[in-house]
Write a new protein. Structure first.
Length: 148
């Protein structure tokens, strides 16, 4: 009886860990055609260190999760610095997603500029919360007014 209970408890703990991992998982934009679509037709929001492209990800966008793409060119620095930029952006995105700040149904690309490696994830998160997310919600509000 005790062995069965221990096995059941382990299964429940594993299930809970899996659910939390899925919740904090970042859905990435991987296909080139998605990047090209955002570069051509997406809205932009810029700063000294990033240009952010965003647009609805099609269909019933409200039900789809938002996806993240990160572009770091060689002008950003060597491989270590480019990887650091990607880690910083992912951490800021994850923190904003945990706070339920990011609206659903958007594709977002962070294109890094030179000097972005010196930032901290809190700086990127502040930029995301003060400039990018308000622009996304304005776009959403315009679409709602247009549809009515």
């Amino acid at each position: 009886m005790l062995i069965i209970l221990n096995g059941l408890v382990l299964m429940i703990i594993t299930l809970i860990k899996t659910v939390f991992r899925l919740i904090s998982m970042i859905i990435k934009i991987n296909r080139n055609k998605d990047f090209v679509r955002l570069y051509k037709k997406g809205r932009t929001q810029g700063s000294r260190h990033f240009v952010v492209f965003f647009a609805k990800n099609g269909g019933k966008a409200a039900s789809k999760p938002s996806r993240l793409g990160i572009s770091t060119g060689k002008k950003c620095g060597n491989a270590v610095q480019r990887s650091r930029i990607r880690r910083i952006v992912r951490a800021a995105w994850r923190n904003a997603a945990k706070s339920s700040l990011i609206p659903k149904g958007y594709d977002v690309i962070f294109s890094a500029k030179q000097g972005a490696a010196s930032l901290k994830s809190t700086d990127v998160q502040r930029f995301l919360e003060t400039r990018v997310i308000p622009s996304m919600t304005k776009l959403e509000a315009k679409a709602a007014v247009k549809n009515t």
